[in-house]
Ligand binder design. Structure first.
Ligand code: 26V
Length: 798
């Protein structure tokens, strides 16, 4: 498409939508017209791509996930389709400024954090690599809440992203499918054939909305299908015509609440009915759509595993297991063994956390109430599983109970996946080892061949190419533009190690990005930060295991040191935080309060003001990450070892030249393998040391040094404007059998040491910029292209 054609299409779209030409359009109208043109372009490309892979009979992958943290789409689509320049100029000719339109593009925040963002990164890479891939999720009307800090406390506001974001969605009302909840199941034999029927259920219609995904440097377009829950027309009318208006309306809103809002928690399960309904809606609707399409093409489901791979992203879509069985048994007349064989070979599962609070379990009562037939099938899966396990493990009841899908009145979704999926993977080397040796050990022993590691990766064309255009241009000039298709090419940058001109350029670009962030902070927080200070950043969900507390305690320690010796050779520093807390996670909210209090305290102290600044940026989200990450010099990845499954923020910092201070946890281990001791700041206990100390009986009070005591006392003294007794108690007082469950105190000293190393390294600008260069050069392995190729080869057999 050239500029002239772009102008024509924009004018056409604008005329059709708003009855005016582009040069008369408001920003909002221009935005919608532009998105419509791109959406139509993707639609056309999609048709061509689909036609070709269907003709070739290629195997397809379906990625099932309750979350896709898409972020903005406008710039990403223009960039991927190579149309950025064309449209920037076309719009300019039409008197429109494209950057103003970028501002209007909402973050599609259909996810909480790493797991959802990973899903989106994978869709991008799969498409760029021309794999036929479809994502399935829910069209939440409200995505992750907007965070506002009021008097230091997090408030949650609704995120009505569809107001603007609906331009990206194409409704497919005709493809709606029916999903049944509740009721009862009858079973009988008819001429020796087992029959079942469900009655008294309520029906919800799932309407698909297509969200097209473009790929970099290719004509291929895939789609993300988002289900929206609607009450079926007929139901509505029946009650209506009885004059039962209220009941009809009530039913209506009940059905539609299913897709109303994303659960804004990633810390613990609550066992809520609505959440279970969301999960079943996703699984049932998606599987029905997949099977319908497959049968249309092949006329049979016998070859489903040869042509279809269905991936379960964490246990949230684990109901795919019994639902696929149900569809095969009840609606396609397969016997149990055949159905089980097809199910097993079709499904695979990724685990994303070892935190026991986040491992999903549902009460049998609720599960059965909502999905009686699914419950019966789950029982049968469990019965057969226990039979097999008993043959293997004998009567080791403890082990059998631990491995059961149904036990103690609960259905355990991870065990359901382990019982059924032909492949199970962890998201970093360490995480996979912990699955094998820890929580999934008993399953691993029986079938070790099913367990593999696929380390996470990122869509670096977004996180580097788009978020850091200056660095991208420099790289293009130095190593050519091959790295935009093959991230391993980044290694060519190594030959510029110690090259004074290149180091100066890298430092200049980092400085520009810091200025950009400083401007944002000035506007958003009213705080002036110095772009010449060291930018040290921790952005991620707020969780105790991620240890934002450790960072805060160290900041106060640093504060004390500066106060004691105000004329010392202190490296000026700016500490930047961004984090949303789960709405009900009070301790996490207290930690946010503490960060805000510390920032007010430190930023207003005349003695330290030009040496130390602390900023909490509100409403951390994908589009903010794109501004923050390129400006970071130090990347804080300081979880207690063994708890962060992988981390992907760490990779985004690295590829933008951020140097990691971190524990040997998750993918930090692999970052360390890439860059070595010299190019990151490691500290803290290793995963096995954490385990051992825990077993030996950890008492944090034995680790409190006088310096740390002084900091803890500040928290309880009121000097910060508030007292944080609760937080200190959580670290030091053994009230519920655990004090400092994440060993913040045990790791404090070594963390402070590593932070001193940071300051020393930074004092030598050349040395530090070289570290930064090595990080960029070695980041190629963390491309999502590498990850999805591994999935395609080892798990999905595409
Ligand atoms: C758990 C729950 C619990 C119930 C309520 C809703 C909900 C939503 C999400 C989760 C899952 C949390 C798991 C998660 O996000 N894991 C992260 O996955 C990233 C991608 O693999 C990985 O980089 C992070 O280390 C890991 O924490």
């Amino acid at each position: 498409m050239n500029k002239k054609q772009a102008i024509e299409r924009l004018n056409q779209a604008c005329m059709r939508l708003f009855g005016c030409n582009m040069d008369e359009a408001t920003d909002k109208q221009a935005y919608k017209a532009l998105c419509t043109v791109l959406r139509n372009e993707m639609y056309d490309r999609r048709r061509a791509f689909k036609k070709s892979y269907k003709e070739e009979g290629r195997k397809q992958v379906y990625y099932m996930s309750m979350e896709f943290l898409v972020g903005t789409s406008l710039r990403n689509n223009l960039y991927n389709m190579g149309l950025e320049k064309t449209f920037t100029e076309a719009l300019k000719d039409l008197g429109q400024d494209i950057t103003a339109l970028y501002e209007l593009d909402p973050d599609a925040g259909l996810g909480n954090g790493g797991l959802g963002r990973l899903a989106s990164c994978y869709m991008d890479s799969l498409t760029g690599l021309d794999y036929p891939a479809t994502g399935f999720s829910i069209r939440y009307e409200f995505g992750i809440f907007k965070q506002q800090i009021v008097d230091g406390w997090q408030m949650e506001l609704p995120d009505n992203w569809l107001q603007m974001g609906d331009v990206w969605l194409v409704p497919k009302e005709d493809d709606a499918v029916e999903v049944r909840f509740g009721g009862e199941v009858n079973e009988w034999y008819d001429n020796g054939k087992f029959k079942i029927a469900q009655h008294g259920y309520s029906t919800v219609m799932a309407v698909p909305y297509n969200f097209y995904i473009s790929g970099y440097g290719t004509q291929s377009v895939n789609k993300l299908v988002l289900w929206s829950a609607k009450l079926p027309q007929s139901f509505d009318m029946a009650a209506f015509s009885r004059g039962d208006y209220v009941r009809a309306l009530e039913q209506n809103t009940m059905a539609e609440t299913i897709s109303k809002v994303l659960y804004p928690a990633d810390d613990h399960i609550q066992g809520k009915r609505l959440r279970l309904k969301q999960q079943y809606l996703l699984c049932s609707a998606s599987l029905q759509a997949i099977l319908r399409e497959h049968k249309k093409k092949y006329g049979t489901l016998d070859n489903l595993p040869d042509k279809v791979a269905i991936h379960i992203n964490d246990t949230h879509p684990a109901l795919c297991v019994p639902e696929l069985m149900r569809l095969l048994l009840d609606e396609n007349d397969y016997g149990w063994d055949e159905a089980w064989d097809i199910t097993r070979r079709t499904l695979s599962y990724t685990n994303h956390t070892v935190m026991s609070e986040a491992l999903e379990r549902w009460s049998v009562e609720l599960y059965k109430e909502q999905m009686p037939r699914i419950y019966a099938i789950t029982q049968e899966i469990n019965r057969r599983l226990m039979e097999k396990l008993r043959a293997y493990y004998g009567n080791d009841e403890g082990k059998l109970n631990w491995m059961a899908v149904i036990a103690n009145g609960e259905v355990r979704m991870a065990n359901l996946c382990l019982a059924a999926c032909h492949m199970v993977n962890g998201v970093s080397q360490l995480h996979t080892d912990i699955l094998k040796e820890g929580i999934f050990h008993d399953y691993y022993q029986i079938t070790p061949e099913r367990f593999i590691n696929v380390t996470n990766g990122i869509a670096y064309r977004r996180w580097l190419g788009q978020a850091n255009p200056e660095l991208t241009d420099l790289l293009r000039e130095l190593i050519g533009d091959g790295f935009l298709k093959d991230a391993n090419d980044l290694e060519k940058l190594l030959k510029y190690k110690n090259d004074a001109r290149v180091l100066a350029e890298l430092a200049r670009i980092k400085h520009d990005n810091k200025v950009r962030l400083a401007n944002y902070i000035a506007k958003a927080n009213g705080v002036k930060v110095d772009p010449n200070s060291l930018f040290d950043v921790q952005v991620k969900r707020l969780h105790e295991y991620k240890r934002q507390m450790l960072n805060v305690l160290h900041i106060l320690h640093l504060y004390n040191q500066i106060k004691d010796n105000p004329n010392g050779p202190w490296q000026p520093r700016t500490f930047i935080f961004g984090a949303k807390a789960s709405a009900g996670y009070i301790r996490a909210k207290q930690i946010i309060s503490l960060i805000v209090a510390v920032s007010n305290f430190v930023n207003n102290d005349h003695d330290v003001r030009d040496k130390l600044k602390v900023v909490f940026v509100e409403d951390y989200r994908v589009s903010l990450a794109e501004i923050i990450i390129p400006a970071a010099e130090i990347s804080e990845q300081i979880s207690v070892a063994g708890k962060e499954a992988s981390g992907t923020g760490n990779m985004k910092f690295m590829i933008n030249g951020g140097v990691t201070i971190g524990t040997l946890d998750g993918a930090n281990v692999e970052i360390h393998q890439q860059v070595g001791d010299e190019n990151m700041f490691l500290f803290g206990m290793h995963a096995d040391e954490v385990e051992n100390l825990w077993r030996a009986g950890y008492d944090p009070n034995r680790f409190i040094t006088p310096e740390l005591r002084r900091v803890l006392d500040m928290l309880t003294s009121g000097i910060l404007g508030q007292r944080f007794d609760d937080l200190v108690a959580s670290l030091t007082t053994n009230r519920f059998g655990v004090a400092d469950a994440y060993m913040t105190i045990a790791d404090f000293n070594d963390y402070a040491r590593a932070q001193r190393d940071v300051a020393a390294a930074y004092a030598d600008k050349t040395r530090f910029t070289n570290m930064s260069l090595v990080n960029i050069a070695k980041a190629g392995i963390f491309s999502a292209d590498r990850s999805v190729k591994e999935y395609a080869d080892k798990i999905w057999n595409l």
